[in-house]
Write a protein that binds this ligand. Structure first.
Ligand code: FAD
Ligand code: SIN
Length: 528
C-alpha cells in the first residue's frame, strides 16, 4: 500500500534530518521517518560540542587550516570553507531554538579538543547532543507542517523501477519502510527525499555509536545507484571507557582539552611525547588512537589510563557532570583517580557523495550529515566538526529544494511492496550469528592498523556471507534485524573495497604494506 504523498520525505530525525525538516516546513509538508525512537541516533549522544569561530582571537582561516591538517589534505577546500564560514550562523539558529549553551559572562564558553589550535567548541556541559536533539525535536513536534513517524525502518529507495508504469530511471520517489509496530511494509512517496540516516559504526565490534548506526542509508543509496566515497576513512575515538559491563561509553575529548593526560598503567608514564611531542594528548584523533593501540599491543595491556585527577575536583565535576556521575555509578571517581580507556570506532568519515547543495547522484535524492561524503572531513574528521556539518548541509539541502521546487514533479503511481514469495523466518539465529561475525572480523581485520592480507581475508568472509544473507533476504519476511544485517554487510563491503583501493597510508587509513603518503591526495570513489 502507498501512503498519501508528502511534499518532502526526510529519513532520519537527528541533527541533519531535523535541520532540513524545519527549514523545508516553512513552505512544504514534511514527513520524517526514523528507525526506533526519534532520539535514538548519534546526535543525542554527542558530548564535546560544536566547533565554531566565535572568539575574537580566532579566525576562519585557523579553523580551516586545523580541519585540513586533521583531514591529511584529503578535504575539499571549497567544502571546508563553506561549512566553517556558516558555523556562527548555525550556532545562532540553535540558540534561537533554545539550546542552553554554557556561557562565561556575556559570551559562550568555548572548550578545546584535539587538533584545534584555539578554544572554539561551544557546548552544553558534557552532554551537548542531548540538548541539541531535544531542542530540534521540540521545534519539529510543534510545527504544523511536520509529521514525525518513529519505528519505521526504511528498506530501499523507490525509484523508476517501482513505478506502476515502469520507467527504470534512477529518479527517487521515496522509500519502502517497515512499520515495526504493525509488521507491514508501506511505500512512503514524496516529490523529494532527504537522506539523513547517520553512520555505519556498528560494522565494528567496539563502537561508541548507537545500535542503529548500521549504514542503512549508505547501503540504500549505493543499491539505488549513487556513488560513495572514502569509506575506508573510519574514525576511531581514542578514549572509550574500558568496562566489562558498559561497552560503548565515550569519554569526551574535552577531558584531554581541559588537561587530561594519557598514562601507560604499566610504566606510570605519559606516553604521547613519544608519538607527537608537540601536540601530545591534543594531537588529531588518528594519531592519539594509533598511539594508544601501539602501547596496548607493545605492553600487552587491556587499556591505558586517562587522568584528570590533578585538576581541582570542582573543576572536573563542573566541566564533566554527566561523565563523572556515570563513572561513579561504575565505581570510578575521576576526581581522585584515572579512567581506563581504549580506542573504539566512532565516526564514518565517508559516505554518499554530495555537492554543496546536498545533491546526490540520484535525481530527487538529497543527503546530509554522517551518511555523506561532503569533502569536509577528508581522511580524518576534526573533533566537533560533524554536528556542524549536519546543521550546514541540512540547511543547504533545504534551501536548494525550496529554490528549485517547481522542478520536482509529483510522484507517479508506485507498486506496493511484494511479499508474495516470502514466509516468516524460522531461523533468527542466522541473523544474530552473521551480525556478530561481521563486527568481529571488521574489528580484527579492518581496524586501526591494516594490512592487505587482513583486508583480503575480510573480503573473503564478506563474499561468503553475501550469498547467505541474500538467500535469507529473498525467502523470509523482513525484520529490522534482517534489514540492518543486509546493510551492515553492504557497508562492510564498501569499507573493505575502498581500503583495498587506497595504496598509501593517509589519516585514518594506516596500512603496513603502504606506509608512505602519496603526494597528491585522491578520493576513493566507488561507482555502482
Ligand atoms: P544521527 O543523529 O545518527 O541520526 C540518524 C537518524 O537516521 C536516526 O533518526 C535514525 O533513527 C535514522 N535512521 C537510520 N537508519 C534508518 C532507517 N533504515 N530507516 C529509518 N530511519 C533510519 N560530533 C560532534 O560534532 N560533536 C560531538 O561532541 C560529538 N560527540 C559524539 C559522541 C558520540 C558518543 C557519538 C557516537 C558521536 C559523536 N559525534 C559528535 C558525532 C555526531 O554525533 C554525529 O556525527 C551526528 O550526530 C550525526 O547526525 P546525523 O543527523 O547525521 O545522524
Ligand atoms: C568528543 O566529545 O570527544 C566527541 C567529539 C566528536 O566526536 O566530535
Amino acid at each position: 500500500m502507498a501512503t498519501r504523498p508528502y511534499d518532502v520525505l526526510v529519513i532520519g530525525s537527528g541533527a541533519a534530518g531535523l535541520t532540513a525538516a524545519l527549514a523545508l516546513a516553512q513552505e512544504h509538508r514534511v514527513l520524517v521517518l526514523a528507525k526506533g525512537a526519534l532520539n535514538s541516533g548519534s546526535t543525542a549522544w554527542a558530548q564535546g560540542g560544536i566547533a565554531a569561530v566565535l572568539d575574537a582571537g580566532d579566525t576562519f582561516e585557523n579553523h580551516i587550516r586545523d580541519t585540513m591538517i586533521a583531514g591529511a589534505g584529503l578535504n575539499r577546500q571549497e567544502t571546508v570553507e563553506f561549512v566553517i564560514e556558516r558555523a556562527p550562523q548555525a550556532i545562532e539558529r540553535l540558540r534561537e531554538l533554545g539550546v542552553p549553551f554554557n556561557t562565561e559572562g556575556p559570551n559562550l564558553h568555548l572548550t578545546r579538543e584535539g587538533g584545534h589550535s584555539h578554544r572554539r567548541i561551544v557546548h552544553v556541559d558534557d552532554a551537548t547532543g542531548w540538548a541539541v536533539q531535544a531542542a530540534l525535536l521540540k521545534a519539529a513536534e510543534e510545527h504544523p507542517n511536520i509529521t514525525l513517524l518513529p519505528n519505521h525502518t526504511c528498506i530501499d529507495f523507490i525509484t523508476g523501477r517501482h513505478e506502476v508504469r515502469y520507467s527504470g530511471s534512477g529518479r527517487v520517489w521515496g522509500v519502502y519502510a517497515l512499520d515495526t509496530l504493525t509488521g507491514r511494509v508501506e511505500a512512503h512517496v514524496a516529490h523529494v527525499t532527504v537522506l539523513a540516516s547517520g553512520g555505519a559504526g556498528r560494522c565494528y565490534l567496539f563502537s561508541t555509536a548507537p545500535r542503529g548506526a548500521t549504514g542503512d542509508g549508505i547501503a540504500m543509496a549505493w543499491r539505488a545507484g549513487a556513488r560513495v566515497g572514502n569509506m575506508e576513512m573510519m574514525q576511531f575515538h581514542p578514549t572509550c571507557l574500558y568496562n566489562l559491563e558498559v561497552k560503548n561509553f565515550l569519554i569526551t575529548e574535552a577531558v584531554r582539552g581541559e588537561g587530561g593526560r594519557l598514562i601507560n598503567p604499566r610504566t606510570g608514564k605519559r606516553f604521547m611525547e613519544f608519538y607527537d611531542p608537540e601536540r601530545l594528548e591534543l594531537a588529531p584523533r588518528d594519531i592519539v588512537a594509533r598511539a594508544i593501540d601501539s602501547e596496548i599491543k607493545r605492553f600487552g595491556l587491556d587499556y591505558v589510563h586517562l587522568d584528570i585527577s590533578h585538576k581541582p575536583a570542582d573543576f572536573v565535576t563542573g566541566h564533566f557532570p554527566t561523565i563523572h556521575e556515570k563513572l561513579l555509578s561504575l565505581g570510578i571517581d575521576m576526581t581522585t583517580g584515572p579512567i581506563p580507556v581504549v580506542p573504539a570506532q566512532h565516526y564514518t568519515c565517508g559516505g554518499v557523495m554530495i555537492d554543496l547543495d546536498g545533491r546526490t547522484d540520484l535525481p530527487g535524492l538529497y543527503a546530509a550529515g554522517e551518511c555523506t561524503e561532503s569533502g569536509l572531513h577528508g581522511a580524518n574528521r576534526l573533533a566537533s566538526n560533524s554536528l556542524l556539518e549536519c546543521f550546514v548541509f541540512g540547511d543547504a539541502a533545504a534551501r536548494h529544494i525550496l529554490a528549485n521546487w517547481d522542478s520536482f514533479e509529483a510522484p507517479p503511481p508506485i507498486c506496493p511492496w511484494d511479499e508474495s514469495r516470502v514466509t516468516d523466518s524460522d531461523e533468527e539465529v542466522v541473523i544474530k550469528q552473521n551480525w556478530t561475525e561481521i563486527r568481529r572480523f571488521m574489528w580484527n581485520y579492518v581496524g586501526i592498523v591494516r594490512t592487505t592480507k587482513r583486508l583480503e581475508r575480510a573480503q573473503h568472509r564478506i563474499k561468503l556471507l553475501n550469498g547467505e544473507v541474500n538467500e535469507y533476504y529473498a525467502h523470509f519476511r523482513v525484520s529490522t534485524d534482517l534489514i540492518e544485517l543486509r546493510n551492515l554487510l553492504q557497508s562492510a563491503d564498501l569499507i573493505v573495497r575502498s581500503a583495498l583501493k587506497r595504496h598509501e597510508s593517509r589519516g585514518l587509513h594506516y596500512i603496513l604494506d603502504y606506509p608512505d603518503t602519496n603526494q597528491s591526495p585522491t578520493d576513493t570513489v566507488l561507482v555502482p
